[in-house]
Design a protein around this ligand. Sequence first.
Ligand SMILES: [Cu+2]
Length: 197
Amino acid sequence: MPETVPGQDAAAPAGRELQDAFLHADQAERRWNLLVLGVVGFIILFVSATSFRFALSPPSNVETIVPASLHVRGEFVEENLGTVLNSDGSATVRFVAEQFAFVPSCLMVPAGRTVTFRTTTPDVIHGMLIQGSNANTMIVPGYVSQIATRFDTPGTYAMPCHEFCGVGHHAMWGSVHVVRLSDWPRAGHAPVACAPH
Ligand SMILES: [Cu+2]
């Protein structure tokens, strides 16, 4: 028996027409549902795949610090600034962002190791990113920003401040000098930094 198309079969009772209309609306709705689910699924897959590929990790380190006494006591006093090699083979870099420089301005890190950057600021909001890596964070007064990354290729990478921080913002550039572990300076346990390039 041929399928009844709503509106064409004048003899069909009104209830049947209504039922067909609902049936067809359902099908259209189902198609839209599938389309929307497909689009949402594609977006989730795309974001997950690119996040995994580029190891994107939103900075989520919520650690407070008193900006007024930064230079006087605690982790970010001058003699602690620079890079230390940890016993597990990783490296920790401590530096301060201030108007209008990073201190130290040239950071030395080992190639092929996990490098954790810890930074804060005594004045206004700054930002940092390291060219060719996934390191990118804001530096907010009162908080310690922490990000971990890894550099496999030795070389010098630019590290600009990317948050407008005042009239000297354009001059606020640091650099990251990646060296092989065999070229690492013998400095005992003292943090190391390089001369600005
Ligand atoms: Cu800045």
